[in-house]
Design a binder for this molecule. Structure first.
Ligand code: UT7
Length: 328
């Protein structure tokens, strides 16, 4: 191993339109009280506009990242996009983002691991740095969940929002960066959280549309049970194998699906909620974008050398944790 991969820049983007709990109360049989107490969500941002997909938000995040870090598009050697809501089945959203941001003739591809996608993509991206193959890799997590949410289904439509977040990875020889990573999956969970149609098993037909199979289906309580256990277990595991106690961790950076899942994870790690990044109240669950959006929102509070534990759980099932020592 030549060096570690460090996050040397972070940027986020959410679209302007805000969908509030009050507005959802007019669309389905729900209440601000139910949504707030069960999930912690108050509002979410929604991408409006004909022909605008996930790439639109991801390109804003990547463009902002390039400008902020003073990186020319020609310097980027690889771009990985984590998304569950690609613009097209093919070509990949990563290809489109490169085109929109002037990044030419480099490798770019999508990773699909639902809500754990950013952790998967970060794990993969960091390998290209650690081996010495590349010096500048961009990892972006982006999802336009509003494209696959059924706004007549109160059990899912209150949960999700749209957004994108991107990080720049560069080599460091200092004792910081991406220190360790665990990614896991269990396909036995496939039926609990799924968009059933639109892929090769059930291509679009009148029947799949009538059955509403192109929307997110979630068995909330089952997913909740697995999420609480696995996110807490994997966070504890990465702490143990890196000899970290609760008091050593400056921040938990959790996937933002439900405030109650986040609290259970923090509790298991021995962390007070004052050391947990939380923005679910303003964005909802933006799937692959939640973790980079947290890093972007909390960046001013981070200090060089801070120990961060990133943790996620999502459809598949997929889950994971990454130990980052902040390098900026
Ligand atoms: O990010 C990917 C991974 N996803 C997750 O981690 C999500 C995990 N699951 C959850 O976060 C929670 O299960 C939900 C927030 C989705 C649901 O919360 P819950 O406490 O598990 O509620 P529930 O599904 O058990 O529903 C309780 C009641 C039901 O009514 P009855 O059967 O008790 O009369 C639901 O129909 O709440 C009802 N309900 C609602 N009521 C008002 C469900 N959704 C709503 C709603 N407004 N939006």
């Amino acid at each position: 191993m030549n060096s570690r991969a460090a996050i040397t820049g972070v940027y986020g983007y959410v679209p302007d339109y805000i969908l509030t709990n009050a507005e959802l109360e007019k669309m389905v049989d729900t209440s601000d009280e139910w949504i707030t107490s069960r999930t912690g969500i108050k509002e979410r941002h929604i991408l409006k506009g004909e022909g605008l997909g996930t790439s639109h938000m991801a390109a804003k995040a990547v463009g902002g990242l390039l400008a902020k870090t003073g990186t020319a598009p020609e310097e980027v050697e690889l771009l990985i996009c984590a998304t569950t809501t690609p613009d097209y089945v093919f070509p990949s959203t990563a290809n489109l983002i490169c085109d929109m941001t002037g990044i030419r003739a480099v490798g770019s591809f999508d990773i699909q691991a639902a809500c754990s996608g950013f952790l998967y993509a970060l794990t993969i991206g960091s390998q290209f740095i650690e081996t010495g193959k590349y010096k500048k890799v961009i990892v972006v997590g982006a999802d336009k969940m509003s494209a696959i949410v059924d706004y007549t289904d109160r059990t899912t439509c209150v949960l999700f929002g749209d957004g994108a977040g991107a990080v720049l990875l560069e080599p460091t020889t200092e004792d910081n960066g991406i220190m360790d990573s665990i990614i896991r999956s269990d396909g036995a969970g496939q039926n609990h959280l799924v968009q059933k149609a639109g892929g090769s098993r059930y291509p679009p037909t009148h029947e799949t549309i009538d059955k509403r199979w192109h929307y997110v289906y979630q068995d909330g309580p089952s997913v909740f049970k697995f999420a609480v256990k696995n996110m807490a277990d994997v966070s504890a595991e990465i702490m143990e194998r890196n000899h970290l106690k609760g008091s050593d961790v400056a921040w938990l950076v959790p996937h933002q699906a439900n405030k109650r899942i986040i609290e259970a994870t923090a509790n298991r790690m021995g962390l007070g909620m004052d050391r947990v990044m939380l923005n679910i109240h303003k964005y909802g669950n933006t799937t692959a974008a939640t973790i980079p959006l947290c890093l972007f929102d909390y960046e001013s509070q981070l200090k060089k050398g801070d120990n961060l534990v990133l943790a996620a759980f999502g459809g598949g099932f997929t889950w994971g944790a990454i130990y980052v020592k902040w390098a900026l």
